[in-house]
Every structure is written in C-alpha cells, then in structure tokens.
Design a binder for this molecule. Structure first.
Ligand SMILES: Cc1cc2nc3c(=O)[nH]c(=O)nc-3n(C[C@H](O)[C@H](O)[C@H](O)COP(=O)(O)O)c2cc1C
Length: 229
C-alpha cells in the first residue's frame, strides 16, 4: 500500500490524517491509501467491463471511493507529480468531483478530489443526485447510484501550451480517466456508466462548478444488483 501524500496546499488537514475524519467545507478528509495490487488482472477487467446502469442499495465504502478516485486522477509518481491517467504535456486539465451518499465517514454531499493529499473537500452539502438526474434528462442511473463521479475540464490549462488543439486533448483525457475508472471498478466488483448526455449549465449549478470548469462526464457508480460486498 502506498502511504498518503501529506498535503501542504489545503488550508486545513485533519490531525494525524485518520481517513474520513472531517467533512466541513474547506477542510480536507484524508482518504485511505490506494492499493497497489488487486484480485483481478487487467485482462480479466477488460473482458468483464460493461456499462452498468442499475445498482443495489448498498453504499460504497470509503476505501472503494478512494481507489476509484485514485484510478481517475491519482498520483502514481509523486516525484514527478505524474498521474494514473495520461495528459497532453502533463498539463492536467481535469478536475474530479464525487457526489457521495451513505458513506459513514462522510456527510452526503459533493466533494472535490485533491490528488496531492489524496483527500476530499466538501463543496456542496446534501444529496444532490436528484438535481443531477434532472440535468441528465432523467437518466435513472444518476439518481440511483450511491456515488456519482463528475469529471470536468479546464481547457485553458492545456490551451496555454497547445492553443486550439487543447479542446480535443481535454476531451480525450476525460476518456482516459473514465476508462481507468471503468476498469478499476470492474476489478472491485463496482459497476458504472459514463454519461455524456446532460445539460452543462444544470450540472455546473448542481455542483457549483467554477466558470472555467466544463463538465464532461458523469459517472454513476455502485454495486451491481445481487452482488455481495
Ligand atoms: C461519449 C460517451 C457518452 C455516453 N453517454 C451515455 C449516456 O448519456 N447514457 C448512457 O446510459 N450511456 C452512455 N454511454 C455509454 C454507452 O451507451 C455504452 O458504452 C455503450 O452502449 C457500449 O456498452 P458497454 O460500455 O457496456 O460496452 C456513453 C458512452 C460514451 C463513450
């Protein structure tokens, strides 16, 4: 297991960094360290991966959410600040948020993933899945999943180096990150689906995204029905 990457960027880091000890806005909840090995090979995950749009009522665990977030944008080389997902010129335009419900260590709400500290910061409190489902034209997967990951792109970060080509690069990067989550989820027995059909403005409002952050993918995640933890 890789140790946590202690953070200096956030205003407040909970004492001693026990996972899941803080949920107030502006504070950082430390996540359990990402696993470095698992029970399923990449080949098996590729064979088994499918889009899953229905979920059991069982919430995900903090460990599972942490692993899924790390697979999307976590740091895999702290010395060079490189991540699990490739990025054009390592400009890293993606931001990742999660709507979580039913996790004992976290109040329900929308959290921003802070990769350097491998932690979560609450941005919006309460269960916002209904708003997000409406924004996604009523797609039930969004309202039914215990966790919804949202990937957004800040194109200006990549445009600084690549100009107009940045737009396509950012969209490609969301695909890379989402595929990581698909495969990681499959390996953990967690199903999900990428959702591209939604009203941008309504998603931005539900998550209180910055104007520079363009929502690219919603990814409801949960345990497929009938599958034990
Ligand atoms: C760019 C993109 C947008 C998608 N948008 C949606 C969507 O809005 N709703 C949905 O249920 N599935 C969506 N999907 C998932 C596809 O429907 C799914 O990948 C496809 O049916 C193939 O099934 P599989 O993923 O199980 O192999 C999207 C997939 C991609 C790549």
């Amino acid at each position: 297991m890789r140790g946590w990457i202690a953070g200096a960027m956030m205003m407040v880091v909970p004492a001693a960094g026990q996972p899941g000890t803080s949920t107030e806005s502006g504070e950082l909840t430390s996540l359990p360290a990402a696993a470095e090995s698992g029970d399923m090979s990449v080949e098996e995950a590729l064979w088994q991966r499918r889009s899953v749009r229905g979920y059991s009522d069982e919430p995900l665990t903090l460990e599972e959410v942490a692993q899924l977030l790390w697979s999307a944008q976590g740091i895999s080389d702290p010395d060079q600040d490189l991540r699990t997902s490739p990025s054009a010129g390592a400009t890293y335009p993606l931001e990742v948020d999660v709507l979580v419900t039913g996790i004992p260590e976290l109040d329900d709400g929308v959290y921003r993933y802070h990769r350097e500290e491998h932690g979560l910061e609450m941005r919006v409190s309460g269960d916002r899945r209904g708003e997000l489902q409406d924004a996604a034209f009523g797609q039930t997967a969004v309202g039914d999943a215990p966790v919804v990951m949202v990937m957004s792109g800040v194109t200006a970060r990549t445009a600084e180096r690549y100009g107009p080509r940045a737009e396509r690069y950012v969209h490609m990067e969301a695909g890379h990150a989402a595929q990581n989550v698909y495969l990681q989820g499959t390996a953990l027995g967690i199903g999900g689906v990428v959702i591209g059909a939604f009203r941008d403005g309504s998603v931005s409002a539900a998550l209180q995204l910055d104007r520079s952050e363009e929502p690219l993918y919603l990814m409801p995640l949960g345990r497929p029905p009938g599958q034990p933890n």
